[in-house]
Design a protein around this ligand. Structure first.
Ligand code: AMP
Ligand code: FES
Ligand code: ZN
Ligand code: ZN
Length: 317
């Protein structure tokens, strides 16, 4: 097995790209894929400041590292979600990454700064944990980016994540979600731009990238997400990919190239694309209601007895 670039011994084979690489040229390949995604989808201009949402997992630490390698001004932001040891350990990986490299990492904790945590919110609202978790993340990413004057928020969503979400949305022809599934969501109504620079790289590549770059990350998945639908869609796509390398890439990127625009009518038809929003009376964030969904969650969970983490018994199955 020889490196495509230098013909030296290769350490990884990428069947979807019909290529093998040595460590040095694999890193160069990853940088090139991110640079291509940024350029093609106009994610960032060279002088823009980006806030990277880091969970302590491989994807978000890798995207932070890659953006810095490509010369962008990138700071980190981590949210303590209060999901037991999992959250503490994952936050610590983010802190260690930043400390060793002398980077700026902003932090917030749901419990310390907002009075609740994900397990307690799930119990109070009687919904799956990922719903309070996703709502809190979106709100706090937006707020941190605007307060810090960042031009965009970057997340570590990779090709496997995006293909799995697309698969789920296409299975049900969920046209509203299909219309919004873009690698860039432009800034609007006081929300910052959102970008996903890893859409050309998969899970396996990101794990290899971290190992080669010496990036330590939390390997476990969130204990509250165990058994959720996306994990099953990923398994299904992996089975197809094994038989037919490149399928995942084609499925997602051909969707963007040929199909995504067909769904824009839905965006315009919903509140997602409509005119100016008001401001939340509590926190000032853009909101179509007097009080935004996050502040309502803070209100509902105030004073609730904290719930300690329990493994979910497949509530989302
Ligand atoms: P997930 O929703 O867990 O798949 O995470 C998607 C992306 O959200 C990750 O790649 C990170 O960029 C970001 N993210 C997830 N958890 C956190 C967290 N606790 N703090 C900051 N960013 C996070
Ligand atoms: Fe959000 Fe697990 S990371 S519920
Ligand atoms: Zn090489
Ligand atoms: Zn609010």
């Amino acid at each position: 097995m020889k490196c495509r670039t230098c013909r030296g011994p290769a350490i990884i084979d990428l069947k979807a790209h019909n290529a093998n690489f040595c460590a040095e040229h694999f890193l160069a390949f990853c940088r090139e894929q991110v640079a291509r995604a940024i350029k093609k989808h106009r994610m960032l201009a060279p002088d823009e400041r980006v806030l990277v949402a880091v969970s302590g997992g491989k994807d978000s630490l890798a995207v932070w590292d890659l953006l810095l390698e490509l010369g962008y001004q990138a700071d980190g932001f981590v949210i303590g979600l209060g999901i037991g040891d999992y959250s503490e350990t994952s936050t610590q990986y983010a802190r260690d990454f930043a400390a060793v490299r002398g980077l700026t990492l902003h932090e917030t904790s749901l419990r310390d700064d907002h009075g609740f945590d994900v397990p307690t919110a799930a119990a109070v609202t009687r919904r799956v944990p990922c719903s309070a978790c996703g709502l809190s993340k979106r709100h706090l990413f937006d707020r941190a980016a605007l307060e810090g004057g960042y031009d965009a928020v970057a997340t570590g969503h990779n090709l496997d994540d995006e293909a799995a979400v697309l698969f789920g949305n296409a299975l049900r022809w969920n046209t509203e979600y299909l219309a919004r599934q873009r690698p860039v969501l432009p800034a609007r109504d006081g929300f910052p731009r959102k970008i996903k620079p890893l859409i050309r790289l998969g899970e396996r590549e990101m794990a290899a990238y971290c190992v080669i770059r010496g990036i330590d990350y939390i390997v476990e998945e969130c204990p509250m997400a165990a058994g959720n639908k996306h994990l099953r869609y990923k398994e299904a796509l992996n089975a197809i990919e094994a038989e037919s390398p490149g399928s995942k890439h084609a499925f997602y990127h051909e969707f963007l190239a040929r199909a995504a625009d067909l769904f824009t009518a839905d965006v315009d038809g919903t509140d997602a694309g409509s005119g100016a929003l008001g401001a939340c009376q509590r926190c000032g964030s853009p909101s179509s209601n007097e009080v935004c969904a996050f502040c309502l969650l803070v209100e509902r969970t105030a004073g609730a007895v904290p719930v300690t983490l329990r493994e979910r018994a497949g509530a989302d199955r």
